[in-house]
Design a protein around this ligand. Structure first.
Ligand code: PLP
Length: 399
């Protein structure tokens, strides 16, 4: 292969794909893989979903871009659909998750600024969090491996250990603007926040007059079997960042907020060239139409239960390979006893794609459209990979 001219920022697998259909990806030489990574929870409706292809093709022949100087019909429609389906009254469209988080952070700070409390700038986050790779979002995530070498950490983020309530209480003070949390930590290793704790956080924010900001970039748009994961806890945030699944593979994100929380975001306070452009909106609207179809999310819940039960059987059957299964809906994490990247390689040999995460976990994030038969196929390939891994371990021990 010719030497690459790209930035060497990714440790890429030696694998590339020529086409995709549903949950399947195919290489140029015809090898087929069951995609249980879905572009890291992005291809919510699988590859080349006919409704998304049709929406994009139709828009491509009409209008690509006009800028946010003008009204964009698709954007109004997109925001209306989201506000009708959620807690939110206002939507700002972005191109990515990190940009949605940037908007969420700015919205929170600006809310207090407009209220005459400009010193309330601090956002409390949790150890193990991941909120993106911009300078503000690496500071929010607080992980040294992402901060190292990039100069001073952006101020205004206070991190507390995951699940340490006392530390959280201590961290709330006169400069606190809000609490930012993923309902299930994704990159951190599919670590769910218990629903009762999410309720506790809502109450804590209310009692202290600060904002609850949810990062549903990975958990949103049906991934956990509800449109958004916080619905399981019966609470609503003040501000929420979404991306990934909402575009089904087209770059799209959004920041959602209540009227009150968004009240500081006046004309000129924020903007983007591409966010919410007609192409992205055509796809985003088509994704929402499918996900909001009656019965779609119930079907996801049913299939998710089936997948989790079957995978729990595989985990039980291979105690030398797996420690545990966790997560919700179609966002599952297999906590490994072997090195997760070694097992990931075995998965690939068995023709299945998953994705690694922190805490030695492999994430299983199939498209929400996976069928029951494909779930059976995925589980049998994971079983095959676990068996191969186990024989490798036994061989290693015998030598
Ligand atoms: N927040 C969470 C929870 C994520 O999982 C990610 C990406 O993995 C991001 C934010 C950043 O999104 P993006 O890579 O689109 O900027």
């Amino acid at each position: 292969m010719e030497a690459s001219s790209l930035y060497q920022t990714y440790s890429r697998a030696n694998l590339s794909f020529a086409r995709g259909e549903g949950v399947w990806l195919e290489t140029a030489d015809g090898r087929r893989f069951l995609d249980c990574a879905a572009g890291i929870a992005v291809n919510s409706l699988g590859h080349c979903h006919p409704a998304l292809v049709a929406a994009l093709e139709a828009q491509a022949g009409k209008l690509w871009h006009v800028s946010n100087v003008y009204a964009i019909d698709g954007q109004e429609e997109f925001a209306r659909k989201l506000t009708q389906a959620t807690f939110a009254d206002r939507v700002f469209c972005t191109n990515s998750g990190a940009e949605a988080l940037e908007c969420a952070i700015k919205t929170a700070r600006r809310y207090f600024y407009a209220k005459g409390e400009p010193d309330r700038v601090d956002i409390i986050t949790f150890e193990g969090a991941f909120h993106g790779r911009t300078l503000a979002t690496i500071a929010a995530g607080g992980q040294e491996k992402y901060l190292e070498g990039f100069g001073p950490k952006a101020p205004g983020f206070v991190q507390v250990p995951f699940g340490d309530h006392e530390a959280l209480l201590d961290a709330i003070g006169e400069t606190t603007a809000g609490i930012l949390i993923e309902p299930i930590q994704g990159e951190g290793g599919v670590r769910p926040v218990p629903t009762e704790y999410l309720r506790e956080l809502r109450k804590l924010c209310d009692d202290n007059g600060i904002l609850l900001i949810l990062d549903e970039v990975q958990t949103g748009v049906g991934r956990t079997g509800k449109l958004f994961a916080h619905e399981w806890a019966g609470i609503t945030p003040d501000i929420m960042a979404i991306a990934k699944g909402i575009g089904g593979g087209f770059p799209l994100g959004a920041c959602l907020a209540t009227e009150e929380a968004a009240s500081g975001m006046k004309p000129g306070t924020h903007g983007t060239t591409y966010g919410g452009n007609p192409l992205a909106m055509a796809v985003g609207n088509a994704v929402l139409d499918v996900v909001l179809t009656e019965g779609f999310l119930e079907e996801v819940q049913k299939k998710a239960l089936m997948l989790k039960q079957k995978l729990a059987g595989v985990v039980d059957g291979h105690p030398a390979v797996f420690e545990d299964i966790r997560g919700k809906g179609l966002m599952l994490g297999l906590k490994c006893r072997v090195t997760n990247t070694d097992l990931l390689a075995r998965f690939r040999e068995a023709g299945l794609l998953a994705v690694g995460a922190g805490d030695n976990v492999l994430r299983i994030l199939p498209p929400l459209t996976i069928t029951e038969a494909e779930i059976g196929e995925a589980v049998s390939r994971i079983e095959q990979a676990a068996t191969a891994m186990e024989s490798g371990l036994e061989r290693g021990a015998a030598e």
